[in-house]
Design a binder for this molecule. Structure first.
Ligand SMILES: Cc1ncc(COP(=O)(O)O)c(C=O)c1O
Length: 394
């Protein structure tokens, strides 16, 4: 069969592939420890669900403006005013079907064939794939575990050329859980402003930062590059709302109008009930976010210690998000696997533990393990992982 040429340029999502295979095994009655999924294991907070029930009971089930009802866009503005002290107007916000559509709209509104877009690796695969779908070329700046996968402004700036249209930073990052420092973002934004380059920040995990470090990226963007920035974020991870499909893009008014024009011909508004739930999530009590974060922190520390039982596995302590990204090159050598893809496939087939191989994140020798699952399942997963390595090392 013949498909559009753009389809030849993209690869299917590696995380969704793992989830599908884990599902297949589960349907055969196999007890799979799934550490592949990138979503909170917590339920959506009660007050958020109550707002959705009410919306349904009030028959709030019709089309809304494509950018979202003004109440939810105001709720986003209010959240960013409280969290970051920035002033954003509702016409600088569009509600999207998750962070994914926020980034997709941005790519399609901004990028042309021939444009280059600088971003950092290890990356969440959707970021470069969307750049390619828009016809542009991703330019990848590698970060390294030696300094905690820190994003260095000088390396990002060195990758800029006259063809650079935008820089995309993801902080906290998936899969490494790294944060960009305010100083580095400011330096990137200043250089971008000088060169007329857009700065796009994927802040999908912005609420999941473990220590009280300065991370006011919105204020820096609004101050340094007010005419050429986009913030893409979502309710998905912060409020355990992955299935509701609620994200947003914030940016200059004219850019948001373009996102709206695009979305108006693609998906129109996001689910009306979700919009009312999102108002409750964004303006209601935020304690549930802290409770989840505390639990993720506990799991991060516990699983890091369990992984360290094998001295050949090294792992940077993530500063945010809910993934560990261990380096297992020595384990691969000892067990005879050539790649972490092969390792992860056998781990799933034989030990029934699902993790995501690093190759998909442009990080061979690593794999990603999500700790957004119960402590008990994590402990079981680590037991199976170590037993698998021991068995394969013989
Ligand atoms: C870095 C990053 N950005 C954006 C998203 C989009 O999330 P969603 O579309 O579910 O809101 C994800 C989801 O895994 C992510 O990891």
């Amino acid at each position: 069969m013949n498909f559009a040429s753009r389809m030849a340029q993209i690869a299917p999502s590696p995380t969704l592939k793992v989830t599908a295979e884990a599902d297949r095994l589960r349907r055969q009655g196999i007890d799979v420890v799934d550490l592949g999924a990138g979503e909170p294991d917590f339920p959506t907070p009660e007050h958020v669900k109550a707002a959705a029930h009410l919306a349904l009971d009030q028959n709030f089930t019709k089309y809304t403006p494509s950018a979202g009802i003004v109440e939810v866009r105001q709720a986003v503005c209010q959240r960013y005013a409280i969290d970051y002290g920035v002033t954003i107007a509702p016409d600088q916000v569009i509600m999207t079907a998750g962070g994914k559509q926020a980034l997709f709209n941005t790519a399609f509104v901004l990028f042309d064939p021939g444009d280059e877009v600088v971003t950092h690796a290890p990356y969440w695969p959707t970021i470069p794939e969307q750049v390619k779908l828009a016809g542009a070329t991703p330019v990848i700046v590698q970060t390294s575990p030696e300094d905690g996968f820190a994003i260095h402004a000088d390396a990002m700036i060195a990758a800029m050329t006259p063809c650079t249209r935008a820089v995309i930073v993801n902080s906290p990052s998936n899969p490494a859980g790294a944060l960009i420092s305010e100083t580095n973002l400011r330096a990137i934004a200043e250089e971008a402003a000088r060169r007329g380059i857009w700065v796009i920040a994927d802040l999908t995990y912005e609420k999941l930062i473990y220590d009280p470090v300065a991370h006011n990226l919105p204020a820096i963007l609004a101050e340094v590059i007010p005419d050429q920035f986009a913030i893409c974020s979502a309710a998905s991870k912060a409020y355990a709302m992955t299935g509701w499909r609620c994200g947003w893009t914030i940016g200059p008014k004219a850019f948001i109008a373009q996102c709206n024009a695009l979305q108006g011909h693609a998906t129109s508004n996001i689910n009306s009930i979700t919009q009312r739930a999102a108002v409750a999530a964004l303006t209601g009590p935020q304690e549930s976010v802290t409770v989840m974060l505390d639990e993720y922190r506990r799991r991060r520390d516990a699983v890091t210690a369990l992984l360290a039982a094998d001295p050949r596995i090294t792992c940077v302590k993530p500063q945010g998000a809910f993934y560990l990204f261990p380096y297992v090159a020595d384990v691969l050598e000892a067990t005879g696997f050539r790649t972490t893809s092969e390792f992860a496939e056998s781990l799933l087939a034989e030990a029934h533990v699902a993790v995501t191989a690093g190759e998909g994140f442009d990080a061979p020798g690593f794999f990603r393990l999500s700790y957004a699952t119960s402590m008990e399942r994590l402990e079981e997963g680590m037991r199976r992982l170590h037993a698998f390595i021991t068995r394969r090392s013989q």
